[in-house]
Ligand binder design. Structure first.
Ligand SMILES: [Zn+2]
Length: 470
């Protein structure tokens, strides 16, 4: 088995030396319509905070006062305590958010060089076809419109080759909002990359969280060597790794604080321009982040809760206020939920869903949720293995992950939605359930290969995700 460094690396120009690590439920036939006493919705805002694990927010139990904006927002609407992303890195999970489909269904799994299948529905297209203005301002440079992310957006402004700070997409969003006519309905999507590594927290957040001095290039070189040795199963300096993991965790918290401050700015802009009584707002993430809970750092390697348990907060007309929903939900259904609350038709193929409806949540949580990775890494003892695919099934409070390897399958079961990190061998019947659940998924009937130009851009960012034969 070939051993590689885990996770999807990337590099962004910066002033300091740094390293980067890391990168079905059946559709219900009906759902509750928006309350007739509510004012009609004429604005829908979706904010994705890249790499934000649920327990990084105060409202989900994080210590300190790191996310006062998001914590206060949760009191104005519904907070979903147990929300899952479909995968543990940006491409497959964000494509799920924008299409409602699981990664094997929408096709952007980052392995065979295919974009989101043109056959799958797009949440943004549904708003666009209803006559709403649509715009996306995205700070993550690997989210190229060519991959299908831009479908349905009148305006798509991404990042060419840098991991933009939040001020870039937010200033663009503010200019776009300023150009909207009074009463013109719109769907706005903003994607921030704080707290995605490499970390560059603001001085204010470094001071607020009393971060120790940032590591020197020499320090970072030492921990990188230790981490590589660890992945190779060779003797390494454990204390260097643990110290580095702790340092990363604290830098991460500082960047979460920066994201919260950025969202406060966006809310101020929205509130200054319009009545929030007619605005639906959803905030979530595409995936979480690992800090050695299961042997790795970063994301995109595994499917444990620290990578897929994400926050979800929805506010606005028709959304219960001050509610903490405890049922398990999947954030790929947020788009369909927002369309329904806005009173718009869902296009054929897009799930009908309303995550704000308690009865529907109860029905959905009785069904398993599925997770997926095109490859990633699998730690077994001292071995780091590269699976052909990882399939996850969440039922009740258990997660079973099946890693398909050239040398045969591995599978393990562990707990979802808590900090338990222990795993146990999976029961054969559950492994069979995982396998059969994925074999029943409808795969795309057509695919769009990535252009050579996009592959060059991705390689420049440290991602080698195109077709392997080119
Ligand atoms: Zn991401």
């Amino acid at each position: 088995m070939q051993k590689l460094r885990p996770h999807l690396g990337h590099h962004r120009p910066r002033s300091r030396p740094w390293i980067s690590l890391g990168v079905a439920v059946a559709a219900l036939s009906a759902c509750a319509p928006p309350r007739t006493t509510e004012p009609p919705v004429d604005a829908v805002v979706l904010v994705v905070v890249d790499t934000l694990r649920a327990d990084a927010l105060g409202a989900y139990g994080a210590p300190g006062d790191v996310t006062p904006t998001l914590d206060a927002l949760a009191l104005e609407g519904t907070l979903f305590e147990r929300c899952l992303a479909t995968s543990s890195w940006t491409w497959p999970s964000t494509a799920s958010l924008l299409t409602g489909k699981l990664p094997p269904e929408h096709g952007l799994i980052g392995k065979d060089g295919s974009a989101i299948s043109p056959d799958v529905p797009s949440v943004a297209s549904a708003f666009q076809e209803a006559g709403w203005a649509t715009a996306a301002f995205v700070a993550n440079p690997i989210m190229d419109a060519e991959l299908g992310f831009g479908r349905g957006f009148d305006v798509w402004e991404g990042s060419d080759d840098t991991w933009d700070s939040a001020s870039v997409p937010l200033e663009r969003a503010e200019a776009w909002l300023a150009a909207r006519e009074e009463g013109e309905p719109f769907f706005l999507y903003v994607h921030l990359v704080e707290p995605h590594s490499p970390y560059r927290p603001s001085e204010a957040s470094v001071a607020a969280l009393a971060l120790p001095p940032l590591p020197t290039a020499e320090d970072l070189g030492a921990v990188t060597r230790a981490y590589d040795l660890m992945i190779k199963g060779e003797p390494y300096d454990e204390s260097a790794i643990e110290d580095f993991g702790e340092w990363r965790r604290r830098c991460y918290a500082a960047e979460v604080r920066d994201a919260d401050i950025a969202i406060a700015g966006l809310l101020e802009t929205l509130r200054g321009r319009r009545s929030m009584e007619r605005t639906l707002l959803a905030i979530t993430s595409d995936h979480g982040e690992e800090f050695l809970e299961h042997g790795l750092m970063g994301h995109g390697g595994q499917l444990y809760p620290e990578s897929v348990h994400v926050p979800l907060i929805i506010t606005g007309p028709g959304v219960p206020r001050g509610l903490r929903a405890s049922e398990r939900v999947e954030n790929r259904l947020v788009g369909a939920t927002l369309l329904g609350l806005a009173g718009l038709q869902r296009p054929a193929g897009l799930a009908v869903a309303n995550l704000t409806d308690a009865t529907e949540r109860t029905l959905r949580t009785e069904e398993p949720s599925l997770l997926h990775l095109g490859s990633g890494g699998w730690i077994e003892g001292n071995d780091y293995l590269i699976p052909l695919e990882q399939q996850g099934l969440v039922a009740g409070n258990s997660v079973t992950i099946r890693a398909r390897l050239e040398s045969g399958d591995r599978a393990a079961t562990h707990r979802a939605f808590d900090s338990t990190t222990s795993t146990s061998p999976a029961e054969p019947a559950v492994i069979e359930q995982v396998s059969s659940s994925f074999s029943r998924l409808r795969r795309p009937t057509s695919s769009t290969p990535l252009s050579a130009e996009l592959e060059r851009k991705l390689r420049g960012l440290g991602y080698n995700l195109g077709r392997k034969d080119r």
